[in-house]
Design a binder for this molecule. Sequence first.
Ligand SMILES: Nc1ncnc2c1ncn2[C@@H]1O[C@H](COP(=O)(O)OP(=O)(O)O)[C@@H](O)[C@H]1O
Ligand SMILES: [Mg+2]
Length: 402
Amino acid sequence: MEKMNIAVCFGSRSVEHDVSVISALQLMEAAEAAGHTVIPVYISREGLWYTGNALRQVETFREFNPMGKEVQRVILDISSGSGDLWAWPLQKTGLFGRLPDPVAHIDCAIPVFHGMNGEDGTIQGLFEMAGIPYASSGVLGSSVGMDKIAMKQLLRGAGFPVLDFIWFTRDQLEKDRLKIVERAEQEIRYPMFIKPASLGSSIGVSKADNREELEKALALATSYDRRILIEVGIDHPVEINCAAVGYGENVQSSVCEMPVSAGDDSFLTFWEKYLRNNGAKGPQSHGMKSLSRVLPAPIDAGLTHRIQQMTVDIFKLLDFRGTVRVDYILDHNDILYVEEPNTIPGSMAFYLWKAAGINFPELVDRLIESAMQAFADKNRSVYAYDSTILQKVTAGAKGSKG
Ligand SMILES: Nc1ncnc2c1ncn2[C@@H]1O[C@H](COP(=O)(O)OP(=O)(O)O)[C@@H](O)[C@H]1O
Ligand SMILES: [Mg+2]
Protein backbone atom coordinates (compact mmCIF):
# COMPACT_ATOMS: atom_id res chain seq x y z
CA MET A 1 0.00 0.00 0.00
CA GLU A 2 1.05 3.54 -0.76
CA LYS A 3 2.54 5.24 2.31
CA MET A 4 0.40 7.99 3.71
CA ASN A 5 0.09 10.65 6.38
CA ILE A 6 -2.12 8.94 8.89
CA ALA A 7 -3.75 11.01 11.61
CA VAL A 8 -4.40 8.79 14.59
CA CYS A 9 -7.11 10.64 16.48
CA PHE A 10 -7.85 9.84 20.11
CA GLY A 11 -8.77 11.01 23.62
CA SER A 12 -11.74 13.40 23.62
CA ARG A 13 -14.51 14.32 26.02
CA SER A 14 -15.56 10.84 26.99
CA VAL A 15 -15.50 8.77 30.16
CA GLU A 16 -13.49 6.29 28.10
CA HIS A 17 -10.77 8.87 27.37
CA ASP A 18 -8.00 6.84 29.05
CA VAL A 19 -8.87 3.60 27.27
CA SER A 20 -8.70 5.50 23.99
CA VAL A 21 -5.18 6.70 24.79
CA ILE A 22 -4.03 3.11 25.29
CA SER A 23 -5.68 1.86 22.09
CA ALA A 24 -4.18 4.76 20.13
CA LEU A 25 -0.63 4.25 21.43
CA GLN A 26 -0.81 0.65 20.22
CA LEU A 27 -2.24 1.63 16.86
CA MET A 28 0.36 4.36 16.26
CA GLU A 29 3.12 1.79 16.67
CA ALA A 30 1.41 -0.51 14.19
CA ALA A 31 0.81 2.28 11.66
CA GLU A 32 4.47 3.19 11.79
CA ALA A 33 5.47 -0.44 11.39
CA ALA A 34 3.27 -0.48 8.29
CA GLY A 35 5.46 2.31 6.91
CA HIS A 36 3.09 5.25 7.28
CA THR A 37 3.86 8.67 8.70
CA VAL A 38 1.96 8.92 11.96
CA ILE A 39 0.40 12.21 12.97
CA PRO A 40 -0.87 11.90 16.53
CA VAL A 41 -4.02 14.00 16.96
CA TYR A 42 -5.00 14.14 20.59
CA ILE A 43 -8.25 15.75 21.69
CA SER A 44 -7.99 16.64 25.36
CA ARG A 45 -10.63 16.07 28.01
CA GLU A 46 -11.59 19.72 27.42
CA GLY A 47 -11.95 19.19 23.68
CA LEU A 48 -8.81 21.01 22.51
CA TRP A 49 -6.75 19.50 19.66
CA TYR A 50 -3.04 18.80 19.90
CA THR A 51 -0.31 17.16 17.88
CA GLY A 52 3.36 16.42 18.57
CA ASN A 53 5.74 13.56 19.22
CA ALA A 54 5.19 13.53 22.98
CA LEU A 55 1.70 12.26 22.25
CA ARG A 56 3.17 8.89 21.41
CA GLN A 57 4.20 8.23 25.01
CA VAL A 58 1.92 7.12 27.77
CA GLU A 59 3.77 9.30 30.33
CA THR A 60 2.50 12.42 28.56
CA PHE A 61 -1.05 11.56 29.53
CA ARG A 62 -0.50 10.78 33.21
CA GLU A 63 -0.63 14.50 33.80
CA PHE A 64 -1.25 16.17 30.49
CA ASN A 65 0.60 19.46 30.10
CA PRO A 66 -0.62 21.41 27.07
CA MET A 67 2.49 23.62 27.27
CA GLY A 68 4.78 20.58 27.36
CA LYS A 69 7.68 19.90 25.02
CA GLU A 70 6.65 18.41 21.68
CA VAL A 71 3.01 19.21 22.27
CA GLN A 72 1.41 21.73 19.95
CA ARG A 73 -2.13 23.03 19.90
CA VAL A 74 -3.70 22.79 16.43
CA ILE A 75 -6.96 23.34 14.60
CA LEU A 76 -8.30 21.39 11.65
CA ASP A 77 -9.17 23.24 8.48
CA ILE A 78 -12.65 21.92 7.86
CA SER A 79 -12.96 23.34 4.34
CA SER A 80 -13.76 20.37 2.17
CA GLY A 81 -10.67 18.73 0.73
CA SER A 82 -8.06 20.63 2.75
CA GLY A 83 -7.05 18.10 5.43
CA ASP A 84 -4.59 20.57 6.92
CA LEU A 85 -3.77 20.99 10.59
CA TRP A 86 -2.75 24.50 11.56
CA ALA A 87 -0.84 25.71 14.60
CA TRP A 88 -3.09 27.63 16.94
CA PRO A 89 -3.19 30.55 17.44
CA LEU A 90 -2.75 31.36 13.76
CA GLN A 91 0.08 33.86 13.44
CA LYS A 92 1.02 35.78 10.37
CA THR A 93 4.75 35.99 9.76
CA GLY A 94 7.19 37.69 7.46
CA LEU A 95 7.11 40.94 5.60
CA PHE A 96 3.86 40.33 3.77
CA GLY A 97 1.99 38.91 6.73
CA ARG A 98 1.63 35.47 5.23
CA LEU A 99 0.54 32.45 7.19
CA PRO A 100 3.22 29.84 7.83
CA ASP A 101 2.78 26.37 6.33
CA PRO A 102 0.32 23.99 7.96
CA VAL A 103 1.78 21.79 10.69
CA ALA A 104 0.65 18.63 8.92
CA HIS A 105 -1.51 17.39 6.10
CA ILE A 106 -3.85 14.46 6.73
CA ASP A 107 -4.31 11.89 3.95
CA CYS A 108 -6.46 9.62 6.08
CA ALA A 109 -7.67 9.69 9.69
CA ILE A 110 -8.04 6.70 11.97
CA PRO A 111 -10.43 7.55 14.79
CA VAL A 112 -9.41 5.61 17.93
CA PHE A 113 -11.95 7.07 20.32
CA HIS A 114 -14.14 5.10 22.65
CA GLY A 115 -17.54 6.38 23.64
CA MET A 116 -19.03 9.83 23.28
CA ASN A 117 -17.51 12.53 21.08
CA GLY A 118 -15.59 10.18 18.84
CA GLU A 119 -17.12 6.73 18.52
CA ASP A 120 -20.66 8.05 18.21
CA GLY A 121 -20.70 9.62 14.76
CA THR A 122 -19.77 13.13 15.81
CA ILE A 123 -16.20 13.23 14.55
CA GLN A 124 -17.22 11.05 11.62
CA GLY A 125 -19.61 13.84 10.62
CA LEU A 126 -16.78 16.34 10.92
CA PHE A 127 -14.56 14.25 8.63
CA GLU A 128 -17.40 13.92 6.11
CA MET A 129 -17.77 17.70 6.06
CA ALA A 130 -14.02 18.20 5.79
CA GLY A 131 -13.70 15.64 3.00
CA ILE A 132 -11.11 13.60 4.90
CA PRO A 133 -11.10 9.81 4.40
CA TYR A 134 -11.45 8.11 7.79
CA ALA A 135 -11.18 4.52 8.91
CA SER A 136 -14.22 3.93 11.06
CA SER A 137 -17.90 3.37 10.55
CA GLY A 138 -19.73 6.37 9.14
CA VAL A 139 -22.19 8.67 10.87
CA LEU A 140 -25.09 6.21 10.69
CA GLY A 141 -23.25 3.09 11.86
CA SER A 142 -21.36 4.93 14.54
CA SER A 143 -24.36 6.64 16.07
CA VAL A 144 -26.56 3.54 15.93
CA GLY A 145 -23.74 1.45 17.38
CA MET A 146 -23.35 3.91 20.24
CA ASP A 147 -26.96 3.96 21.36
CA LYS A 148 -27.88 0.59 22.84
CA ILE A 149 -31.61 1.33 22.55
CA ALA A 150 -31.65 2.26 18.86
CA MET A 151 -29.18 -0.50 18.09
CA LYS A 152 -31.23 -3.22 19.79
CA GLN A 153 -34.46 -2.05 18.18
CA LEU A 154 -32.79 -2.12 14.79
CA LEU A 155 -31.21 -5.53 15.26
CA ARG A 156 -34.46 -6.98 16.54
CA GLY A 157 -36.32 -5.47 13.60
CA ALA A 158 -33.88 -7.20 11.25
CA GLY A 159 -34.47 -10.55 12.95
CA PHE A 160 -31.32 -10.84 15.07
CA PRO A 161 -31.77 -12.36 18.55
CA VAL A 162 -31.50 -9.74 21.31
CA LEU A 163 -32.40 -9.97 25.00
CA ASP A 164 -35.71 -8.42 26.03
CA PHE A 165 -35.46 -4.92 27.42
CA ILE A 166 -37.40 -1.81 28.33
CA TRP A 167 -36.13 1.74 27.99
CA PHE A 168 -36.95 5.21 29.25
CA THR A 169 -35.41 8.63 29.72
CA ARG A 170 -34.10 10.18 32.91
CA ASP A 171 -36.98 12.69 32.81
CA GLN A 172 -39.56 9.92 32.59
CA LEU A 173 -37.91 8.14 35.48
CA GLU A 174 -38.02 11.26 37.62
CA LYS A 175 -41.74 11.59 36.91
CA ASP A 176 -42.84 7.95 37.06
CA ARG A 177 -40.23 6.20 39.15
CA LEU A 178 -42.51 3.61 40.79
CA LYS A 179 -44.32 2.80 37.54
CA ILE A 180 -41.08 2.16 35.71
CA VAL A 181 -39.64 0.09 38.56
CA GLU A 182 -42.80 -2.04 38.69
CA ARG A 183 -42.81 -2.45 34.93
CA ALA A 184 -39.20 -3.66 35.03
CA GLU A 185 -40.06 -6.14 37.77
CA GLN A 186 -43.02 -7.48 35.78
CA GLU A 187 -41.59 -7.51 32.27
CA ILE A 188 -37.87 -8.03 32.80
CA ARG A 189 -37.70 -9.61 36.27
CA TYR A 190 -34.58 -10.15 38.38
CA PRO A 191 -31.74 -10.51 37.65
CA MET A 192 -31.71 -7.52 35.34
CA PHE A 193 -29.03 -5.35 33.80
CA ILE A 194 -29.36 -1.58 33.98
CA LYS A 195 -27.36 0.38 31.41
CA PRO A 196 -26.84 3.93 30.20
CA ALA A 197 -27.69 3.81 26.47
CA SER A 198 -24.51 5.32 25.15
CA LEU A 199 -21.53 4.35 27.24
CA GLY A 200 -19.04 1.52 27.03
CA SER A 201 -16.31 -0.28 28.98
CA SER A 202 -19.01 -1.37 31.44
CA ILE A 203 -19.15 2.14 32.89
CA GLY A 204 -22.49 2.79 34.58
CA VAL A 205 -23.65 -0.80 33.91
CA SER A 206 -24.94 -2.83 36.87
CA LYS A 207 -26.76 -6.00 37.66
CA ALA A 208 -29.72 -5.94 40.06
CA ASP A 209 -31.11 -8.92 41.96
CA ASN A 210 -33.66 -6.98 43.99
CA ARG A 211 -35.38 -3.62 44.21
CA GLU A 212 -32.74 -2.06 46.40
CA GLU A 213 -30.05 -2.87 43.87
CA LEU A 214 -32.30 -1.71 41.06
CA GLU A 215 -32.73 1.69 42.73
CA LYS A 216 -28.98 2.01 43.16
CA ALA A 217 -28.34 0.93 39.58
CA LEU A 218 -30.82 3.51 38.27
CA ALA A 219 -29.12 6.27 40.24
CA LEU A 220 -25.76 5.25 38.78
CA ALA A 221 -26.96 4.87 35.19
CA THR A 222 -28.80 8.21 35.20
CA SER A 223 -25.67 9.97 36.42
CA TYR A 224 -24.06 9.05 33.07
CA ASP A 225 -26.81 9.29 30.51
CA ARG A 226 -30.34 10.53 29.89
CA ARG A 227 -31.40 7.38 28.04
CA ILE A 228 -31.52 4.17 30.07
CA LEU A 229 -32.34 0.56 29.30
CA ILE A 230 -33.10 -2.39 31.55
CA GLU A 231 -32.38 -5.78 30.06
CA VAL A 232 -33.03 -9.39 31.04
CA GLY A 233 -29.97 -10.60 32.97
CA ILE A 234 -28.31 -13.91 32.18
CA ASP A 235 -26.77 -15.76 35.12
CA HIS A 236 -23.28 -17.11 34.45
CA PRO A 237 -23.36 -16.02 30.82
CA VAL A 238 -20.81 -17.29 28.35
CA GLU A 239 -19.59 -14.38 26.31
CA ILE A 240 -18.30 -14.70 22.78
CA ASN A 241 -16.83 -11.88 20.70
CA CYS A 242 -16.08 -11.76 17.01
CA ALA A 243 -14.68 -8.96 14.87
CA ALA A 244 -15.16 -8.01 11.25
CA VAL A 245 -13.19 -5.71 8.98
CA GLY A 246 -13.84 -4.17 5.60
CA TYR A 247 -16.28 -2.01 3.73
CA GLY A 248 -19.41 -2.61 1.67
CA GLU A 249 -19.54 -6.09 0.20
CA ASN A 250 -15.95 -6.84 1.08
CA VAL A 251 -16.20 -7.88 4.75
CA GLN A 252 -14.18 -10.52 6.58
CA SER A 253 -14.78 -11.97 10.05
CA SER A 254 -12.11 -12.87 12.62
CA VAL A 255 -11.85 -15.87 14.91
CA CYS A 256 -14.14 -15.90 17.97
CA GLU A 257 -12.90 -15.28 21.50
CA MET A 258 -14.36 -16.10 24.88
CA PRO A 259 -13.47 -13.43 27.44
CA VAL A 260 -13.23 -15.01 30.87
CA SER A 261 -14.48 -13.41 34.00
CA ALA A 262 -12.46 -14.20 37.14
CA GLY A 263 -15.22 -13.36 39.58
CA ASP A 264 -17.93 -15.93 40.01
CA ASP A 265 -20.97 -14.45 38.36
CA SER A 266 -19.55 -10.96 38.27
CA PHE A 267 -19.69 -9.48 34.80
CA LEU A 268 -16.74 -7.90 33.09
CA THR A 269 -16.37 -4.65 34.90
CA PHE A 270 -14.21 -1.82 33.74
CA TRP A 271 -11.53 -2.90 36.17
CA GLU A 272 -11.37 -6.43 34.88
CA LYS A 273 -11.41 -5.35 31.28
CA TYR A 274 -8.47 -3.02 31.56
CA LEU A 275 -6.62 -3.18 34.82
CA ARG A 276 -6.79 -6.63 36.35
CA ASN A 277 -3.33 -7.85 35.42
CA ASN A 278 -1.66 -4.49 35.62
CA GLY A 279 -2.52 -2.91 38.91
CA ALA A 280 -4.36 0.39 38.65
CA LYS A 281 -1.62 2.05 36.62
CA GLY A 282 1.72 1.19 35.11
CA PRO A 283 3.32 1.70 31.73
CA GLN A 284 2.81 -1.91 30.81
CA SER A 285 -0.96 -1.55 30.71
CA HIS A 286 -1.94 -2.95 27.35
CA GLY A 287 -5.65 -2.35 27.40
CA MET A 288 -7.64 -5.29 26.27
CA LYS A 289 -4.52 -7.41 26.28
CA SER A 290 -4.71 -7.62 30.09
CA LEU A 291 -8.03 -9.38 29.95
CA SER A 292 -7.99 -13.15 30.18
CA ARG A 293 -9.58 -14.75 27.17
CA VAL A 294 -9.80 -18.04 25.43
CA LEU A 295 -8.86 -17.74 21.80
CA PRO A 296 -10.30 -19.25 19.69
CA ALA A 297 -13.43 -19.67 21.78
CA PRO A 298 -14.02 -23.31 22.78
CA ILE A 299 -17.30 -23.62 20.88
CA ASP A 300 -18.15 -26.02 18.09
CA ALA A 301 -17.56 -25.24 14.43
CA GLY A 302 -21.27 -24.79 13.72
CA LEU A 303 -21.73 -22.10 16.35
CA THR A 304 -18.44 -20.44 15.40
CA HIS A 305 -19.58 -20.24 11.82
CA ARG A 306 -22.99 -18.89 12.81
CA ILE A 307 -21.44 -16.17 14.94
CA GLN A 308 -18.99 -15.19 12.20
CA GLN A 309 -21.76 -15.01 9.63
CA MET A 310 -23.97 -12.99 11.98
CA THR A 311 -21.09 -10.59 12.60
CA VAL A 312 -20.69 -9.99 8.86
CA ASP A 313 -24.46 -9.61 8.42
CA ILE A 314 -24.68 -7.05 11.24
CA PHE A 315 -21.67 -5.23 9.79
CA LYS A 316 -23.47 -4.88 6.47
CA LEU A 317 -26.87 -4.05 7.95
CA LEU A 318 -25.53 -1.14 9.97
CA ASP A 319 -23.17 -0.04 7.19
CA PHE A 320 -20.12 -0.49 9.40
CA ARG A 321 -16.62 0.17 8.16
CA GLY A 322 -13.08 -0.30 9.46
CA THR A 323 -12.98 -2.89 12.20
CA VAL A 324 -15.88 -3.61 14.52
CA ARG A 325 -16.26 -6.17 17.30
CA VAL A 326 -19.65 -7.72 17.93
CA ASP A 327 -20.26 -9.20 21.39
CA TYR A 328 -22.59 -12.11 22.01
CA ILE A 329 -24.02 -13.85 25.07
CA LEU A 330 -24.91 -17.52 25.40
CA ASP A 331 -27.37 -18.42 28.13
CA HIS A 332 -27.32 -21.72 30.04
CA ASN A 333 -29.47 -23.31 27.34
CA ASP A 334 -26.89 -22.27 24.76
CA ILE A 335 -29.28 -19.79 23.21
CA LEU A 336 -27.34 -17.06 21.45
CA TYR A 337 -28.04 -13.33 21.79
CA VAL A 338 -26.34 -10.36 20.18
CA GLU A 339 -25.14 -8.22 23.05
CA GLU A 340 -23.71 -5.24 21.22
CA PRO A 341 -21.49 -4.13 18.38
CA ASN A 342 -18.50 -1.93 19.29
CA THR A 343 -17.69 0.26 16.33
CA ILE A 344 -14.23 1.19 17.66
CA PRO A 345 -13.27 -1.81 19.79
CA GLY A 346 -10.61 -1.66 22.52
CA SER A 347 -7.14 -2.11 21.01
CA MET A 348 -8.97 -2.30 17.65
CA ALA A 349 -9.44 -6.00 18.51
CA PHE A 350 -5.97 -6.58 16.99
CA TYR A 351 -5.57 -9.81 19.01
CA LEU A 352 -8.57 -11.29 17.19
CA TRP A 353 -6.99 -10.39 13.87
CA LYS A 354 -3.62 -11.72 14.92
CA ALA A 355 -5.28 -15.05 15.66
CA ALA A 356 -6.89 -14.86 12.23
CA GLY A 357 -3.47 -14.42 10.61
CA ILE A 358 -3.59 -10.64 10.12
CA ASN A 359 -0.97 -8.78 12.15
CA PHE A 360 -1.56 -5.28 13.50
CA PRO A 361 0.32 -3.40 10.73
CA GLU A 362 -1.66 -5.38 8.15
CA LEU A 363 -4.84 -4.54 10.02
CA VAL A 364 -3.93 -0.85 9.85
CA ASP A 365 -3.59 -1.15 6.08
CA ARG A 366 -6.98 -2.86 5.92
CA LEU A 367 -8.47 0.01 7.91
CA ILE A 368 -6.94 2.60 5.60
CA GLU A 369 -8.13 0.62 2.59
CA SER A 370 -11.71 0.65 3.89
CA ALA A 371 -11.43 4.41 4.42
CA MET A 372 -10.15 5.05 0.90
CA GLN A 373 -12.81 2.81 -0.66
CA ALA A 374 -15.61 4.54 1.21
CA PHE A 375 -14.19 7.92 0.29
CA ALA A 376 -13.97 7.03 -3.41
CA ASP A 377 -17.47 5.58 -3.25
CA LYS A 378 -18.89 8.76 -1.80
CA ASN A 379 -17.25 10.79 -4.55
CA ARG A 380 -19.07 8.67 -7.12
CA SER A 381 -22.39 10.02 -5.91
CA VAL A 382 -23.72 13.23 -7.34
CA TYR A 383 -23.67 16.30 -5.11
CA ALA A 384 -24.83 18.97 -7.47
CA TYR A 385 -28.20 19.29 -9.08
CA ASP A 386 -28.94 21.95 -11.64
CA SER A 387 -32.15 23.57 -10.69
CA THR A 388 -33.66 26.70 -12.12
CA ILE A 389 -35.20 27.69 -8.83
CA LEU A 390 -32.78 30.54 -8.20
CA GLN A 391 -33.46 31.97 -11.64
CA LYS A 392 -37.21 31.82 -11.17
CA VAL A 393 -37.42 33.39 -7.75
CA THR A 394 -37.49 37.13 -7.84
CA ALA A 395 -39.03 38.00 -4.51
CA GLY A 396 -36.16 37.86 -2.00
CA ALA A 397 -36.25 35.21 0.65
CA LYS A 398 -39.81 35.90 1.76
CA GLY A 399 -42.39 33.57 0.34
CA SER A 400 -39.92 31.77 -1.92
CA LYS A 401 -40.71 28.41 -0.42
CA GLY A 402 -44.37 28.30 -1.41
N1 LIG B 1 -28.09 -9.09 30.01
C1 LIG B 1 -26.91 -9.46 30.53
N2 LIG B 1 -26.77 -10.62 31.18
C2 LIG B 1 -25.58 -10.97 31.71
N3 LIG B 1 -24.46 -10.21 31.62
C3 LIG B 1 -24.54 -9.03 30.99
C4 LIG B 1 -25.77 -8.60 30.40
N4 LIG B 1 -25.56 -7.40 29.83
C5 LIG B 1 -24.28 -7.10 30.06
N5 LIG B 1 -23.65 -8.08 30.75
C6 LIG B 1 -22.25 -8.03 31.17
O1 LIG B 1 -21.85 -6.68 31.33
C7 LIG B 1 -20.81 -6.32 30.43
C8 LIG B 1 -21.00 -4.92 29.92
O2 LIG B 1 -22.25 -4.79 29.26
P1 LIG B 1 -22.37 -4.18 27.81
O3 LIG B 1 -23.79 -4.13 27.43
O4 LIG B 1 -21.47 -4.92 26.90
O5 LIG B 1 -21.85 -2.69 28.03
P2 LIG B 1 -20.55 -1.91 27.54
O6 LIG B 1 -20.98 -1.14 26.34
O7 LIG B 1 -20.23 -1.02 28.67
O8 LIG B 1 -19.50 -2.90 27.20
C9 LIG B 1 -20.90 -7.39 29.35
O9 LIG B 1 -19.64 -7.57 28.73
C10 LIG B 1 -21.34 -8.60 30.12
O10 LIG B 1 -20.22 -9.18 30.81
MG1 LIG C 1 -19.68 -4.52 25.92
